[in-house]
Design a protein around this ligand. Structure first.
Ligand code: MN
Length: 232
């Protein structure tokens, strides 16, 4: 049987759940069985859903409430989804404690960082001195800034090169690293583009969107295949 991948999605103020197709098809193409996890109130039911899945995929979306990392919301912070925050912080804790593999992208990477005690830049353009554009003007499936990969990290072991092409659709980024996390990759301006958990469980978090590039190169495809292999 293919590994069941629980996918965390957008949850709006009416609890409507939605997810972009590319996240689903990336799991499908890499050999997983995608299963969208709905908002549930009961921790017991959520725990049951966590139990059913072999791995978890925290996807992109709106900004995380700054109070989650002890800050006031700045005017430059974007739209929030408090119901989504509620579900995802509970789900992350359960999946983490169950030591199930976790893949996180964009907002998902920020969520992993905050859930492990880290903080975020609420708005990179106004808080970081950089000329790099992290909200690319190129199309959804085009490359923009490059990704520099640190040696002695799982990502370097996976792709075997120091530099790959990436894309960039974020205005927030990791500031202080969460407990147990190490940087795997950065943009040319030093913004964190990927982290991993150094403990005895698989957590990989990417700030860019490999799911939009996996048909264009083997490196971005390998990120998904590695995750599914781990869930098997
Ligand atoms: Mn970027």
């Amino acid at each position: 049987m293919k590994p069941i991948i629980g996918i965390l999605t957008e949850v709006d103020e009416d609890f409507v759940t939605s997810v972009k197709k590319n996240y689903i098809s990336a799991i499908e193409k890499a050999g997983g069985l995608p299963l969208v996890l709905p908002y549930v109130e009961s921790d017991g039911i959520l725990d049951g859903m966590i139990d059913v899945c072999h791995g978890f995929f925290f996807t992109g979306g709106k900004d995380i409430a700054p109070k989650r990392y002890g800050e006031e919301k700045k005017p430059t912070c974007g739209e929030l989804q408090l119901n989504r925050d509620d579900l995802e912080f509970r789900a992350f804790k359960m999946a983490f404690e169950a030591k199930k593999p976790i893949l996180a992208i964009c907002r998902g990477a920020q969520l992993v960082n905050v859930a492990l005690g880290g903080t975020l830049y609420q708005d990179v353009p106004t808080e970081v001195n950089t000329k790099l554009i992290h909200r690319q003007t190129e199309g959804e499936f085009e490359y923009s800034h490059s990704i520099n990969i640190n040696e002695n990290t799982p990502l370097y072991t996976l792709v075997g090169t120091n530099r790959i092409k990436g894309n960039s659709f974020h205005h927030q980024a990791i500031k202080k690293l969460g407990d147990g996390l190490e940087v795997m990759a950065t943009a040319d301006d030093g913004i964190v583009e990927a982290v991993y958990y150094t403990g005895d469980q698989y957590i990989r978090a990417y700030q860019w969107h490999p799911e939009r590039l996996l048909d264009k190169d083997e490196y971005n495809r390998a990120i998904f295949e590695d995750f599914i292999k781990e869930c098997n």
